[in-house]
Design a protein around this ligand. Structure first.
Ligand SMILES: Nc1ncnc2c1ncn2[C@@H]1O[C@H](COP(=O)(O)OP(=O)(O)OP(=O)(O)O)[C@@H](O)[C@H]1O
Ligand SMILES: [Mg+2]
Length: 231
C-alpha cells in the first residue's frame, strides 16, 4: 500500500485516491490566477496545522511578504510557525541557479520539513539555458527531495491558448504526478476546473472536477464533473 500525504484540501484528496503518494514530486500547472499559489499555501498550512508536517516554501519570484499576506487573507497565518521554526519561506534569486539544491537541502534539514513547495519553475526557467538543462534541474529537485523524504508541489504556469500542460513542455515528464488547473470563460461566467492528469503508481479520478476559491481557500467538488471546451 502506498503511503499518502494528505493535502487536507476538501475534495482534492478524494480525487487523488487519498492524497499524494509520499515522496512524490507533483507538478501543479495552470494559467495565471487559477489559484496555484493558494493551493500550495493551503497544502503547507494544512500540513502544519492538521498533520504536524513542517514545511518549506521556495519562491523564485514573489517576495515572502506578499505570499505571507495573501495567505493570511484565507486564514493561513504562517507567522507563528515561522517563529517556532516549523516553517520557512525562502526567496531565491536564481543568479547562480546550481546553488538552489544546496540551499533547499539545508533548509529542509534545518526545518525537518516533510512538505515542500517550489513556486515556480517558470521563473526559474528564465535563468536556465535550454530545456534540457531545465529538465535536468527538475530531475535534480525530484531526487534531492526524494532523498530527504519530502512530498512536494512544483508550480508551472501555462500560457493561455498554448494547448500544453506546462510552461516549457518538459515539466510533466520529470515529475511523478501532474495536477492541472483550468480557468475558462463561457458566455456569462468564469469556470474553474481541476484534473489529476497523471499519478505515478496509483489510480485516481480521470475526470475534470469543478473547484472554488473562497475566503477559506480552495475546495474541490469531487462528486461533480466539469465540462469545458478544449482550450
Ligand atoms: N480572499 C479571496 N476570496 C476568494 N477568492 C480569492 C481571494 N483571494 C484571491 N482569490 C482568487 O484567487 C486567485 C489568485 O490565486 P493565486 O494567486 O493563488 O493564483 P496563481 O495561479 O498563483 O496566479 P499566478 O499565476 O499569477 O501566480 C485570484 O485571481 C482570485 O480569483
Ligand atoms: Mg502564483
Amino acid at each position: 500500500m502506498l503511503e499518502r500525504v494528505k493535502t487536507g484540501i476538501r475534495g482534492l484528496d478524494e480525487i487523488m485516491n487519498g492524497g499524494i503518494p509520499k515522496g512524490q514530486l507533483v507538478l501543479l500547472s495552470g494559467t495565471c490566477g487559477t489559484g496555484k499559489t493558494t493551493l500550495c499555501s493551503q497544502y503547507i498550512y494544512n500540513g502544519l496545522t492538521k498533520f504536524k508536517d513542517n514545511g518549506i516554501y521556495l519562491s523564485f519570484e514573489e517576495i515572502p511578504e506578499n505570499i505571507r499576506n495573501n495567505a493570511k487573507q484565507f486564514g493561513f497565518d504562517f507567522e507563528p510557525f515561522e517563529k517556532s521554526g516549523k516553517f520557512s519561506f525562502i526567496k531565491y534569486d536564481p543568479y547562480h541557479v546550481e546553488e538552489v539544491f544546496d540551499i533547499l537541502e539545508s533548509a529542509v534539514r534545518d526545518m525537518k520539513a516533510q512538505r515542500v513547495v517550489i513556486d515556480s519553475v517558470s521563473a526559474l526557467g528564465i535563468h536556465v539555458r535550454d530545456k534540457g538543462e531545465l529538465r535536468r534541474m527538475i530531475f535534480n529537485f525530484s531526487t534531492t527531495l526524494r532523498k530527504l523524504g519530502c512530498t512536494a508541489l512544483l508550480v508551472s504556469e501555462i500560457v493561455p491558448g498554448s494547448g500544453g500542460i506546462s510552461r516549457y513542455g518538459v515539466e510533466e515528464f520529470v515529475t511523478d504526478s501532474v495536477i492541472v488547473l483550468y480557468y475558462e470563460r463561457d458566455e456569462f461566467t468564469f469556470n474553474r476546473a481541476i484534473q489529476v492528469w497523471k499519478m505515478s503508481g496509483s489510480d485516481h479520478s480521470k475526470k475534470l472536477h469543478p473547484y472554488k476559491i473562497t475566503k477559506k481557500g480552495i475546495t474541490v467538488q469531487h462528486e461533480s464533473e466539469a465540462f469545458m471546451r478544449k482550450t
